[in-house]
Ligand binder design. Structure first.
Ligand code: KIV
Length: 280
């Protein structure tokens, strides 16, 4: 377990970085300080809009469903992650950009994980990777960290394991599950993860994990007890049709786009667009 320096306020941290990007050690220092704000981002323009408000931008493999209309995250390739990761880095200035390692790119062992994680960081300029899994990935976390790659872990509901979990279900309901996820969190923390995403777990478990580990926890469907929160940006903006109970919709963008496109279509059909102001 790492000995943490004193928590630092967001303001002090921005000053110290003198306008530069946040780093994994900055995020680690935020434990027991102000809550961490993370959203997913997949494109340069969206990254540019989110950057002033977020501490971390996650290039999630949720781009499978959000961008590519795929049924699960399993078909995502390293090349897809690199393309979107590079766009998010180009669009942002201050947030730490974290890239998901896709299914099949790290599970064989630490060497495979290092080969693919180092390639992702070289191709994109991102500052960290995220991998899904518990105690069985602890050795990989410490192997990557020792070789200069900060790792964010992801426990609880891990979507790449949808077939072994038997669906997208809330985790930690049984005593056995609860104590397994506690052990996962402690092993990953000891291995040197700079943060842990905790997805879709019962509130008591999110609270116990957050108290037990030295690194910050970032919750998604895991209660306000976590040290920060993350959502899929398209879900919170109201772009996706169906969302999990843990999502709060802060906008109805699909409704607004529908109204704008209906107005455009109507004016084109009525030959009311382009207007004189749009002509050369
Ligand atoms: O891929 C993703 O968007 C994620 C978040 C849901 C945490 O892993």
């Amino acid at each position: 377990m790492s000995t943490l320096p004193l928590p630092e306020s967001r303001e002090a941290e921005i000053k110290r970085n003198a306008g530069g990007r946040l780093t994994a050690p900055d995020i680690l220092r935020r434990k027991r300080s102000e809550p961490l704000v993370m959203l997913t981002a997949y494109t340069a323009r969206m990254a540019e809009i989110l950057d002033p408000h977020c501490d971390l931008l996650l290039v999630g493999d949720s781009l499978a469903q959000v961008i590519y209309g795929l049924p699960t995250t399993l078909p995502v390739s390293l090349e897809m992650m690199a393309t979107h990761g590079a766009a998010v880095v180009r669009g942002s200035k201050r947030a730490l950009v974290v890239i998901d390692m896709p299914f099949r790119s790290y599970e064989e062992g630490p060497e495979q994980a290092f080969r693919n994680a180092s390639w992702l960081l070289q191709e994109t300029g991102a500052g960290a990777v995220k991998i899904e899994g518990g105690i069985g990935l602890a050795e990989t976390v410490s192997f990557l960290k020792a070789r200069g790659i900060p790792v964010m872990s992801h426990i609880g509901l891990t979507p790449q394991s949808v077939h072994t979990l038997g669906g997208y279900k809330v985790q930690g309901r049984s005593n056995e599950d609860f104590s397994q996820i506690m052990q996962d969190a402690q092993a990953l923390d000891n291995a040197g993860a700079f943060a842990i995403v905790v997805e879709a777990v019962v509130e008591a478990l999110a609270r116990s994990v957050t108290q037990a580990v030295e690194c910050p926890t970032i919750g998604i469907g895991a209660s306000p007890a976590c040290d920060g929160q993350v959502l899929v940006v398209d879900d919170m903006l109201g772009m996706t049709e169906r969302v999990a109970r843990f999502v709060k919709r802060y906008e109805n963008l699909s409704g607004r786009i529908d109204a704008a496109v209906a107005a455009y279509s109507q004016s084109v059909r009525a030959r009311a667009f382009p207007e004189p102001a749009n002509l050369y």
